[in-house]
Design a protein around this ligand. Structure first.
Ligand SMILES: *[C@@H]1O[C@H](CO)[C@@H](O)[C@H](O)[C@H]1NC(C)=O
Ligand SMILES: *[C@@H]1O[C@H](CO)[C@@H](O)[C@H](O)[C@H]1NC(C)=O
Ligand SMILES: *[C@@H]1O[C@H](CO)[C@@H](O)[C@H](O)[C@H]1NC(C)=O
Ligand SMILES: *[C@@H]1O[C@H](CO)[C@@H](O)[C@H](O)[C@H]1NC(C)=O
Ligand SMILES: *[C@@H]1O[C@H](CO)[C@@H](O)[C@H](O)[C@H]1NC(C)=O
Ligand SMILES: *[C@@H]1O[C@H](CO)[C@@H](O)[C@H](O)[C@H]1NC(C)=O
Ligand SMILES: *[C@@H]1O[C@H](CO)[C@@H](O)[C@H](O)[C@H]1NC(C)=O
Ligand SMILES: *[C@@H]1O[C@H](CO)[C@@H](O)[C@H](O)[C@H]1NC(C)=O
Ligand SMILES: *[C@@H]1O[C@H](CO)[C@@H](O)[C@H](O)[C@H]1NC(C)=O
Length: 410
């Protein structure tokens, strides 16, 4: 597979590329070996859990293989001899000079919190909209440090060292790099994508440290929670759209429930969609709801602040709520607690890079203590409202990295 790129390369300097690809190929052969085959200048990252990207090191370059967009990103140290001589932009390989001195971001579902944890936010100079669920990014935007760029004029992105995108179904210029943690199946795999961005900034050491801290805290919380063997509440993630209720099958959500010490409802039902206008289906749906102890209502709304218990009950269409344990126990949650300008949910941002916070929220939802304040989830059974993210909430020095929130864990 490694050699197929050579065919796409129609420019000069093929010799260097062949050498690089040979190296990549060699690394693949020895994958699992703990040290790279060549002496590397700087620190390295190693992928432990994520499935959809791989990293290979040369002395003055790194190659990231992204299995989702099937691209290889050749990242060349800008002070190396190779930097001035090598530039690639084919359908399969793109080159970048690192560390990036600046970059822009397509805000569509892009988790900018990864840059904050790395400490590379001050190099973010452009974004495609001011709809972004980060108080410090909004603050930098209002201070004129980050400009909003019209997405319909892609030429404008060429001024940056890289333009990062999460939606890969769009026309891409040479400096576009796709960042797709959402493709992974577990919360920790998604968080490990900090290493992907770390390489663009020569911040491998920081990326490794953050991931290790997040992972250790996540595993500790999960261990502590699943060691309570007595009671595993039934949990359902569900959403309503056009007359149909749908139970989620997304693996990472089911994994969160398992890791929090709950039981996924999907194991006991054989059908995931229910049309509430059909009396037979409504009856079956009603029966399922009678067995659920905790619900996460994912129903989309254009106005999260206005969505409350009444909306849920209206969509459920069942008149008799007497058997609803999630109501008598006040356990009906949504993940839209932190929003910016109604449109951007921090669930798609901070929750991706810090899954230990999501896990802690879920543990509180499943086993309430009453003395933990959730970050991403709000309980609409208790009429909890949203928090609107604004620039005044940015209370740290944005030149410095944001620290991950490590929760107390016995
Ligand atoms: C590698 O990481 C160590 C530990 O943080 C640091 O002291 C060192 O400067 C780093 N080396 C490079 C080349 O970045
Ligand atoms: C981005 O950095 C490059 C140098 O790497 C520089 O030429 C360019 O002017 C910078 N662009 C912006 C918008 O800061
Ligand atoms: C979590 O539990 C597993 C299995 O019981 C154990 O091997 C591991 O050391 C624990 N990890 C932490 C961080 O507590
Ligand atoms: C739901 O069921 C009703 C009544 O049977 C039917 O009219 C409607 O088309 C169904 N909706 C969908 C989306 O299948
Ligand atoms: C939900 O919001 C609507 C509109 O503001 C209000 O009329 C209703 O009483 C609220 N429901 C609950 C359960 O608070
Ligand atoms: C309410 O939650 C408690 C544990 O928090 C559980 O023991 C009980 O079965 C739940 N009741 C219902 C009706 O789900
Ligand atoms: C959301 O952003 C749009 C466009 O920038 C702006 O017109 C609108 O006033 C904002 N709404 C809120 C609630 O901040
Ligand atoms: C609540 O917090 C206090 C101290 O912060 C702790 O001692 C107590 O055990 C907690 N309660 C529960 C139910 O976890
Ligand atoms: C923020 O951090 C930078 C880098 O350490 C430092 O130069 C600057 O003085 C700090 N700013 C404030 C307001 O503390």
């Amino acid at each position: 597979m490694a050699f197929s790129y050579v065919i796409c390369n129609n420019g000069g300097g093929g010799g260097i590329v062949v050498k690089i690809l040979l190296l990549v190929f060699l690394f693949e052969l020895i994958e699992g070996a703990s040290t790279p085959a060549v002496e590397v200048l700087g620190n390295i990252s190693k992928v432990e859990d994520a499935v959809y990207f791989h990293i290979y090191y040369g002395q003055t370059f790194r190659v990231i293989k992204n299995a989702i967009d099937a691209n290889s990103y050749l990242l060349i140290q800008s002070d190396s001899r190779m930097a001035g001589r090598t530039k690639y932009c084919t359908s399969r390989i793109k080159s970048f000079l690192i560390p990036l001195s600046n970059y822009s971001v397509d805000t569509q579902f892009f988790p900018v919190s990864f840059f904050e944890l790395l400490g590379s936010l001050q190099s973010m100079k452009g974004m495609t909209s001011d709809s972004v669920a980060s108080q410090c990014v909004i603050k930098l935007y209002e201070a004129g440090e980050i400009q909003v760029i019209d997405k319909s004029d892609p030429q404008q992105f060429s001024q940056f060292g890289a333009h990062f995108i999460s939606d890969i179904d769009q026309p891409q210029a040479c400096n576009f790099a796709s960042f797709v943690p959402f493709s992974e199946d577990t919360p920790l795999q998604r968080a490990e994508w900090i290493k992907y961005l770390g390489i663009f900034a020569n911040l491998e050491d920081r990326a490794n440290w953050v991931y290790n801290a997040v992972k250790a805290n996540y595993i500790c919380l999960s261990n502590a929670s699943s060691s309570r063997t007595s009671f595993r509440p039934n949990v359902a993630w569900m959403e309503y759209s056009n007359g149909i209720w749908l139970f989620t099958k997304e693996t990472y959500k089911l994994k969160y429930v398992e890791d929090a010490g709950g039981e996924n409802i999907d194991k006991s039902i054989n059908k995931i969609t229910y049309n509430v206008s059909d009396p037979d289906e409504l009856e079956a749906f009603h029966a399922i709801l009678c067995t659920v102890e905790v619900i996460i209502d994912e129903t989309y709304t254009s106005d999260p602040a206005a969505y409350n218990l009444s909306n849920f009950l209206q969509n459920v269409k069942v008149e008799d709520h007497s058997c609803f344990g999630f109501l008598s126990n006040n356990s009906l949650w949504r993940y839209d607690k932190r929003i910016q300008n109604s449109t951007a949910l921090d669930w798609y941002n901070g929750a991706v890079s810090q899954p230990q916070l999501v896990l802690a929220d879920l543990i509180e939802a499943l086993f309430p203590t009453g003395n933990y304040t959730t970050t991403y989830f709000r309980n609409i059974a208790k009429n909890e409202g949203v928090i609107a993210i604004g620039p005044e909430m940015c209370d740290r020095n944005v030149s410095l990295a944001m620290e991950p929130t490590i929760l107390p864990c016995a």
